[in-house]
Write a protein that binds this ligand. Structure first.
Ligand code: OSB
Ligand code: MG
Length: 374
């Protein structure tokens, strides 16, 4: 595939319901979409960087600048045999994995179209359907949260994850668990606690949780290992797993027993597959995380979730939980059994609604110039 040009754009989409984590509340998304133009094919991908540098140090503006000034120039004019070659071409840029993932994943989309293969097969997936869970943010009241849990269970979701932080944790888990003693329940702290709070965190053990996600510092592995030794509940790492080496180190240290894979957080599908493989080799189950994606990123999460070691329900849920109208067709739907069927069509199996995307676009730039000296 010859990379002739790359379009970057920002769309803005209000969420159907606000989403609150320990680091803040989101009511409307600013989403960067990438289109890779290669020999008549257009590959699409989404950059999962948030509106603020609160989940990670990347955010919309750093991703925009990094893609325009470094990543696109390193790729335009190049001819690749496979999307996985992208990483080496942008390796000189340190970090900025969400920005890198966006360009790499657009090339995976091109490759799947070019080979007339479903993306999930190209990625090495084996499942014909995936199990879906939901991530439920911090609400204004516990009653409101219980109402949401009830609705998601009624919709068929197979695992409920609630966001926690100091002051919204034990009280909430107690209420949810006493009302639903047998559901698959987990929680996500997004780094809201410190190792000194171990006695408090040990109280989580009474709720028979599937896992506690990222209790400590976003960049830490070592102290999670210390914490895991003192908890019965399995720790799942999200923020602090940046690549396959981190996964290996975390597993070797005993810092977690489950890993959440977000394709943006680890820099693209190629690294996501490596993280998956490392975990599989060590018998550590993985699941696919979410970043409040539009349909473009959501479709990619669906494809990734078909890999064999995605053994737990992910945060891959229906478009309508987030958007009044999604930018793909059909939208991602979840069955009453809490599953999403995998489409056996070339590419993602979802059509990108370019007309709607144009209407939502607030800025757009098509980059055509190769890096100097190429
Ligand atoms: O930690 O998993 C997280 C959303 C934004 C940032 C971080 C996280 C989340 C979620 C939402 O939990 C998952 C979803 O997309 O539904
Ligand atoms: Mg998380």
């Amino acid at each position: 595939m010859k990379i002739e040009a790359i379009t970057i754009r920002e769309i803005q989409m209000p969420l159907v319901h606000f989403f609150e984590t320990s680091f803040g509340r989101t009511t409307s998304r600013r989403i960067l979409l990438i289109t890779a133009h290669c020999e008549g094919l257009n590959g699409w991908a989404e950059c999962v960087a948030g509106e603020n540098p609160y989940y990670s140090d990347e955010w919309v503006q750093t991703a925009w600048a990094t893609i325009c000034d470094y990543l696109a120039p390193a790729l335009i004019g190049r001819t690749l045999n496979q999307a996985r070659e992208c990483g080496a071409l942008v390796a000189q840029v340190r970090g900025h994995r969400m920005a890198k993932a966006a360009v790499e994943n657009a090339l995976w989309d091109v490759e799947a179209q070019q080979k007339k293969q479903p993306l999930w097969k190209l990625l090495g997936g084996t499942r014909s359907e995936i199990a879906c869970g939901v991530s439920i943010g911090i609400q204004d009241s516990v009653e409101q949260l219980l109402g949401k849990v009830e609705a998601e269970l009624a919709a068929g979701y197979r695992r409920i994850k609630v966001k926690v932080k100091p002051g919204w944790d034990i009280n909430v888990l107690e209420r949810v668990r006493s009302r639903w003693p047998n559901i698959l329940l987990s929680c996500d702290a997004n780094s809201a606690y410190r190792l000194s709070e171990v006695e408090h965190l040990r109280k989580f053990d009474q709720f028979n949780l599937l896992m506690i996600e990222q209790p400590l510092w976003n960049d830490d592995i070592y102290f999670h290992a210390r914490l895991q030794k003192q908890l019965k509940t399995k720790i799942c790492l999200d923020e602090s797993i940046r690549n396959a080496r981190d996964a290996e180190a975390a597993i070797e240290l005993g810092a977690c027993r489950i890993i959440n894979i977000k394709v943006g957080r680890v820099g693209g599908f190629t690294e996501a597959k490596s993280v998956h493989d490392v975990c599989q080799a060590h018998n550590i189950p993985v699941w696919c995380g979410g970043m409040l994606e539009s349909g473009v990123g959501r479709a990619h999460n669906v494809a990734l979730s078909t890999l064999e070691n995605f053994r737990l329900p992910g945060d891959v849920s229906a478009s309508k939980r987030y958007w009044k109208e999604d930018i793909i067709e059909p939208e991602v739907e979840v069955s009453p059994q809490g599953t999403t069927a995998i489409k056996d069509e070339p590419g993602t199996g979802y059509r990108v609604r370019e007309d709607l995307i144009e209407k939502l676009t607030v800025r757009k730039q098509t980059l055509r110039t190769a890096a100097a000296g190429q």
